[in-house]
Design a binder for this molecule. Structure first.
Ligand code: COA
Length: 142
């Protein structure tokens, strides 16, 4: 798998990967999420290619201390072959190069099964409560 930054003309394809991977949520506009990630020098969307097909993704962002990963997905027909680990390794390297001290991610309620994948590749559960406050309304309330 060859890993590159998402090309500007291929947003639809990665959104389709996220759709079939159940990663789309009504409160997020995936196209706006991509634009924000691609327009900022401390974030990007990494995609894995098989030939010219987009088969994996990971959005990465560095907030000045920690690194975050979102939209981790592998094409459903190609799972279980190490590609998830490979795209996460690329995300790790990307964040390490920017100087991030830790790589973090969130797992949605209902998708707890994926915790075993992350534990297998070296992540651990943190003893924290995640809290948030809206600055802009969610996409489905605009
Ligand atoms: C999660 C996901 C990216 C994993 O991709 P993948 O290519 O299947 O993962 P890999 O083949 O690289 O797996 C790496 C290791 O994790 C293990 N693993 C993968 N998925 C697992 C699961 N659901 N439960 C337990 N172990 C799992 C693999 O067996 C492998 O272990 P091994 O090294 O001992 O063989 C993929 O299942 C996916 O796209 N899921 C839907 C989207 C999603 O939920 N993303 C996460 C959002 S937080």
């Amino acid at each position: 798998m060859r890993i590159i930054d998402l090309p500007a003309d291929r947003h639809d394809e990665v959104v389709e990967l996220w759709r079939v991977s159940n990663l789309l949520a009504p409160w997020n506009d995936p196209y706006a999420d991509i634009r924000m990630a691609m327009d900022n020098p401390t974030s990007t969307v990494l995609v894995g290619l098989d030939g010219n097909d987009i088969i994996a993704s990971a959005m990465v962002g560095y907030e000045g201390h920690r690194g975050w990963v979102f939209y981790v997905a592998v094409d459903p027909g190609r799972r279980g072959r190490g590609l998830g680990e490979e795209i996460m390794d690329a995300a790790f390297d990307w964040l390490e190069n920017l100087g991030a001290v830790k790589m973090q991610l969130l797992i949605r309620q209902g998708n707890e099964g994926v915790q075993a994948f992350y534990e297998r590749i070296g992540f651990r559960v943190e003893p924290v409560i995640m809290m948030s406050k809206r600055i802009r309304p969610p996409a489905n309330e605009l």
